[in-house]
Design a protein around this ligand. Structure first.
Ligand code: ADP
Ligand code: ZN
Length: 314
């Protein structure tokens, strides 16, 4: 059994995960994202307390922590963009100091999108793939790579930040400081913004969001379809770039926006044929993510199990 934590800007989730990657116990608290570093750490401790009540806690052999990034896995610190009080916060040290953690258990830190890649490779849509990219398209856009059958977190755990690869030299400035980033076209935030700018309005009483844009697209609204087409084009360029550089065979796309289904995947596959043009890139397949909300927890457990950056065994 492994203990897993998934720390995001909205919630702090924890679970016990068995050797087959199945969740056995789960706990969750809202992230006090605007509060102090120590209040945040108390919330992580409270989630661990809840897990420690589970009858299987005594069989825990390792702990993985997936966190919103940037992370610094070499130093065990996190600086999540959406959690301002944590800058170079010593998360691994803080978790290790929890009184319920057994001696000898060394928490393993992993970025949240890299965790999703680990999870999809262990028991999801990238299972069995030697070279894969897993993208998380939600409020932002993240990603992680499996290369030569192994997770590739990179030296600081941040490899795969595909949302901040530029696909437009003269594109709009991005919050990261660059311009024309994939995230500015492909994220749920960008889809809603683009649709609104094109004159789309949500149905009465609904907030504008990528989810509502998807409903309009399904009903044939051309502005909503155009917003998804633009997102799909940016994703296709990024995926094709990865295939060209790294010979990835599989691209898995998950996150809330992937729930749009064919509204996203049909234009994505079409645009990919325009970008992935060299012979060796043409075998690339795009698949929706197989694991839903709990991919981060499963990936954290995969990290604990495989001791990232070593092999994540199948
Ligand atoms: P988070 O960004 O907090 O990780 P999600 O992965 O749920 O959360 O992503 C939220 C984004 O996904 C929002 O932009 C939302 O509009 C979009 N989304 C959620 N459900 C759907 C859906 N069924 N179709 C398209 N977009 C969706
Ligand atoms: Zn950027």
């Amino acid at each position: 059994m492994y203990a897993a934590l998934d720390i995001g800007g909205t919630k702090i989730a924890g679970a016990l995960v068995d050797d087959a990657g199945v969740l056995r116990g789960r706990a969750e608290l809202p992230t006090p994202a605007r509060e102090s570093a120590s209040r945040l750490a108390d919330t992580v401790d409270a989630v661990i307390n809840a897990l420690a009540l589970h009858p299987a806690w005594g069989t825990v052999r390792g702990m993985g922590i997936a966190s919103a990034g940037p992370v610094d896995t070499a130093n065990g610190t996190v600086s999540p963009v959406n959690i301002p009080a944590w800058r170079a916060f010593e998360l691994v040290e803080s978790v290790r100091a929890h009184p319920m953690l057994f001696d000898g258990i060394e928490p393993v830190l992993i970025g949240d999108a890299v965790a999703v890649a680990a999870a999809e490779h262990w028991r999801g849509a990238a299972r069995g793939a030697a070279n894969a990219l897993c993208m998380v398209v939600s409020t932002g856009v993240g990603g992680g790579y499996v290369l030569n059958g192994r997770l590739h977190p990179g030296p600081s755990g941040n490899a795969g930040h595909i949302g901040h690869v530029s696909v437009d030299l003269d594109g709009p400035p991005c919050a990261c400081g660059s311009r024309g980033c994939v995230e500015g076209y492909a994220s749920g935030t960008a889809i809603a913004r683009h649709a609104l700018r094109a004159g789309w309005t949500p149905p009465p009483g609904r907030e504008p969001s990528a989810a509502v844009v998807a409903e309009s697209a399904r009903a044939g609204d051309t502005r909503a379809l155009a917003a998804y087409d633009r997102s799909a084009r940016a994703l296709a360029a990024a995926i094709a770039g990865s295939a060209t550089l790294l010979e990835i065979e599989v691209a898995v796309v998950g996150g809330g926006v992937a729930r749009a289904g064919e509204v996203l995947f049909t234009p994505l596959r079409r645009h990919l044929r325009g970008f992935a043009v060299l012979d060796f890139t043409r075998r690339l397949t795009v698949r929706p993510a197989a694991l839903a909300q709990d991919a981060g927890l499963v990936g954290a457990a995969a990290a604990a199990r495989g001791h990232v950056p070593q092999e994540v065994t199948a």
